[in-house]
Design a protein around this ligand. Structure first.
Ligand SMILES: NC(=O)c1ccc[n+]([C@@H]2O[C@H](COP(=O)([O-])OP(=O)(O)OC[C@H]3O[C@@H](n4cnc5c(N)ncnc54)[C@H](O)[C@@H]3O)[C@@H](O)[C@H]2O)c1
Length: 347
């Protein structure tokens, strides 16, 4: 076992000063950038020698891009000084207060890596996995010090989508969750702590619901794949970047979320049954969501909150006016314009 990290006065709600990032694929590089640009030292270990050699350049390149876009508080060289690539797992975890595992999505690989980490590190070190689909119960149940293991799942690309899911196993200690939360907050990410382990966690279950329907609509010839992307990018996604789906329900219908559930709940329930699911929104959950959302809104009157949403959408629209996005060419397609003649006023 490596020597324990130096004792710290705030050890109870400890915020890590040094994080070991294991695996330098896209997620390991991204965590490195997030932590280092928040003032945290990062020690990387990557098993593939070629990837290991390229890791520092990758980090420097992306830091340069972020800096060019005005998204870095400090010079690239200052941030880079906090990053080190080590030649062994043992060296990387030495002195680290927190380990963020980012290796391939394979249960066996994660199980054996966590067994090594459990043996190599001081028991106070938190061991977090970036996994998208594997629970800590699956990769850490057999470990001697499993209470310090959990999932900290980032969204991709992590430096732009600044939320991460914190998913404890039943055996994860509350202090482990607190340490993970504190680290994410320090790294300027919003932690979303799940109440329990569930396959796909929350982020991917929300994506799954949308993709399930999107595939059905394309399969059944209702709408093209391209138009699904446009509907989400120019419609739902744009609004969701300002308010989430529950606040959307609250502000879309006069009478708020309860009225929205009354009007649209049965329609959505029929759609779900048509797709083989049967999970109607139950009245207790609707009431719980409605009161939670109401409490979070800035104004007591519905109309004022709707105006606030519109003002936010206006600010976003103004920012996006000159947004050039080669991935989304929304100019009318030539075939759409063929045969369209300009309207003339009736004589
Ligand atoms: N890509 C995404 O969108 C995304 C989003 C969130 C979470 N994740 C999760 O993050 C993790 C990493 O994903 P990625 O997309 O960066 O994968 P990746 O394949 O790009 O990188 C994984 C890296 O881990 C290295 N590796 C494998 N075994 C190792 C070991 N024992 N020790 C050290 N390094 C090892 C590999 O050589 C590789 O470079 C996965 O668990 C994935 O599910 C991915």
């Amino acid at each position: 076992m490596t020597s324990p990290p130096p004792a710290r006065p705030d050890a109870a709600a400890s915020v890590a000063d040094t994080v070991a990032v294991i695996g330098a694929g896209s997620i390991g590089i991204a965590w490195t950038i997030i932590f280092a640009s928040a003032g945290i030292r990062v020690r990387i270990f990557e098993a593939a020698p070629g990837v290991r050699r390229a890791a520092m350049d990758e980090v420097a390149h992306m830091l340069g891009e972020l800096s060019g876009a005005g998204l870095l508080d400090e010079p690239v060289a200052t941030v880079l000084k906090r990053v080190e690539v080590l030649e062994s797992l043992e060296a990387a975890v030495s002195g680290a207060h927190f380990v963020q595992e980012c290796v391939i999505e394979d249960l066996g690989v994660k199980q054996s890596l966590f067994a090594q980490l459990d043996a190599l590190t001081d028991p106070r070190v938190v061991l977090a996995s970036s996994t998208s689909t594997i629970t800590a119960s699956a990769f850490a149940a057999g470990l001697a010090r499993r209470e310090r293991c959990l999932v900290v799942h980032p969204a991709n690309p992590p430096y732009f989508l600044r939320v991460a899911e914190v998913v404890p196993a039943p055996f994860t200690a509350a202090s482990t969750v607190a340490t993970a939360r504190a680290l994410l907050l320090r790294a300027r990410l919003t932690p979303i702590v799940l109440g329990r382990e569930i396959e796909g966690f929350a982020f991917n279950r929300l994506q799954a619901a949308m993709l399930r329907e999107a595939y059905c609509l394309v399969r059944d010839g209702v709408v093209s794949a391209e138009d699904i992307d446009t509907l989400v990018r120019e419609g739902l996604g744009l609004r969701w970047s300002v308010i989430g789906p529950f606040t959307t329900s609250e502000l879309n219908t006069r009478g708020g979320l309860r009225r929205h559930a009354e009007v649209l709940g049965p329609v959505y329930a029929r759609i779900a049954v048509e797709r083989g699911g049967d999970n109607p929104w139950n009245p207790d959950t609707i009431e719980h969501v409605a009161s939670t959302i109401e409490q979070r809104l800035p104004h007591p009157a519905w109309e004022d909150n709707v105006r606030e949403r519109d003002r936010a959408m206006m600010r976003l629209a103004s920012l996006l006016q000159h947004f050039d996005n080669p991935l989304a060419d929304v100019r009318p397609r030539r075939e759409d314009l063929a045969g369209v003649t300009p309207m003339t006023a009736p004589q």
